[in-house]
Design a protein. Structure first.
Length: 155
């Protein structure tokens, strides 16, 4: 960030700065938003792999580190955009075919809303965990970054 700010004329401050990613990049973006709210006022997560545990070892039953964080730690001044796909009907458990991590993403959205966070959520039935689907939803993420009201972006 300092290099970009030094080299280009960009807006600064958390109200003008966001971080976003897809899959593992969504998880890392959420983590960065919780860790550095003084830098990032907006976090976008597309099909974030939010089921990861605190220690990074998936073979234990202590997963959902960011969901736990959203529901238990002090609220930080960050707006969230969360999208994911799901089967045409319902939602599968994380890791099952066609689920696009919808289970943990729905739990994350519920945890955020339960704590009063500003969150925009989009579920695309039939969408897969794939770049083609993230690309199609990217305009919604970018719109929400610039417009705090989800309805402006069709959310």
């Amino acid at each position: 960030m300092p290099r970009v700010e030094a080299s280009y004329r960009v807006k600064t401050g958390p109200q003008e700065t966001g971080i976003a990613g897809a899959s593992l990049g969504g998880l890392i973006s959420v983590y960065a938003g919780f860790q550095m709210p003084e830098k990032f006022g907006f976090v976008g997560s597309q099909s974030g792999t939010l089921f990861w545990p605190h220690d990074g070892v998936v073979d234990r039953d202590d997963g959902n580190a960011m969901i736990v964080r959203a529901s238990q730690e002090p609220v930080v001044p960050v707006r969230f955009y969360v999208d994911h796909g799901s089967p045409v009907a319902g939602c599968t458990r994380d890791g099952e075919e066609g689920g696009d991590d919808c289970q943990s993403n729905l739990q994350f959205v519920e945890a955020l809303r339960g704590r009063g966070y500003a969150v925009a959520h989009w579920n695309e039935p039939g969408a897969e965990h794939d770049w083609a689907f993230w690309k199609r939803r990217l305009p919604k993420l970018l719109c929400h970054f610039r417009n705090a009201a989800p309805a402006v972006c069709g959310l």
